[in-house]
Structure formats: C-alpha cells, structure tokens
Design a protein around this ligand. Sequence first.
Ligand code: DC
Length: 233
Amino acid sequence: MTPIIAIDGFSSTGKSTIAKGLAKKLQLIYIDSGAMYRAITLFALQNGLIDNGKIQTEKLVAALPKIRIAFTFNAKTQKSETLLNGEQVEDQIRQPHVAAVVSEVSAIPEVRRFLVEQQRALGERGGLVMDGRDIGTVVFPKADVKIFTTASEEIRVERRWTELQQKGEKISKEAVRENLLHRDHIDATRKDSPLIKADDAVELDNTNLTLEAQLEWAVRLVLERMGQTVSLL
Ligand code: DC
C-alpha cells in the first residue's frame, strides 16, 4: 500500500514530529517541504540575492534552474538531511537568519511552482508523508489522508525556542514569538496558495498531547482511511 499523507499547519505546530513518526511506523518516505523553501532561501542569502531582508526576486527566479535540492538519509544519526547543490545544509537552513526571510521567499509564485513540481514528482509513486503549508490543498489535493496540526501560541514558542537552544542558537523567546507570528501572517495571507486547512483535512490540536498519543491517533486515522491495509512495523 502506498498512501500519500499530507500534513499541514502553521510553524512549530508539531507537523514534522508527527510526519516523521508516521513515516517510521508505516515505512513510508518522509519529505519536509519546508526544508526545500529554506534551501532556496539559503541559496539566495549565499548568493547575495537578499539584502537587508529585501529579495532580488527577478535574479532569484532566473537562478532557480541552478538550484538542486535533494534529501539523503544519514544512517549514523538516523535522520534525513537536506542537500543544496550537493552540500549538506541541514543545520544551516534552520538558522534564524534563514527563518527570518523564508516566508517572503515562499510567497514568490515562481518559487512555489518550481518546488511544487518537484514535490509532486517525489510523490508520483505514493508511499510518502509530506509536511508543509499547502500539501493537502495544492501539492496533493487527492491525498489519502490529510492532517492539519494546531497548538497554542505558548507551546509553539516554547518548542521552537527549546529546539534552537539545543542547537546552540542564542535567541530570546520574544524574538522566537515575533518570528513565528510574522511567518504565520505571511504564510496565511500570501496570494499564492496561502496556508488554509483543506476542507477534508482532520485537525489535530496537539497542545496537550504526548507524541505517543498523537502517533496513536494518526496511525488509527490512516488505517481507518486505508481500510486497514497499511503494514505496521
Ligand atoms: O515548515 P517550516 O517552518 O520549515 O517552513 C519554512 C517556511 O517555508 C514557512 O515559513 C513557509 C514555507 N513553506 C511553504 O510556504 N509551503 C510549504 N509547503 C512548506 C513551507
């Protein structure tokens, strides 16, 4: 069985945690579509195409064919890593200076078209869990299962801040909150494929749920939708 599972939601609402957990449990491929937008943003920063938060859109769009994004599985860390033109950039794309402008880069229609095409190609044979903002609405509108994650603002700030602390980033909770709310606003109000819950997505508010409880809920949902034909590890 090769289901396509779409997980969408605002930043730091636990999308990737549930997506990775589901992929492992159901032996599916996991694709972090946000990492692809982050990789393009990093490329733009590295090539001087963003100056003081201002994007040179035309130049970036012209450079898109030169950008190769891929994912590789690191057997040592047991984690997926993002490659930008062959270079491993997993940590770099998570840094605050990338987060600060990624929503603006993601709002460029040509960037979206470029990535949506690649995301669809990755899902051609099914058997994957993809998380992002427009997976259930635009990338895979016919996905077998769609989940829309939500969580309280407090818990989102706490999770993101802790994640950054663990990576050694020095940043205040207020700066994290500001970036989250800024990205929420841009992601939900951009003209091209804004973040909205697909009509047929099931909402998962994980504010007070443990990872185990969320996973149990999600696995049950997938099994229900797929008529129990998904094999479990
Ligand atoms: O999931 P994330 O926080 O790593 O995503 C980074 C940014 O990428 C987010 O602010 C919006 C954008 N994004 C998007 O526009 N569409 C997606 N499918 C995934 C991410």
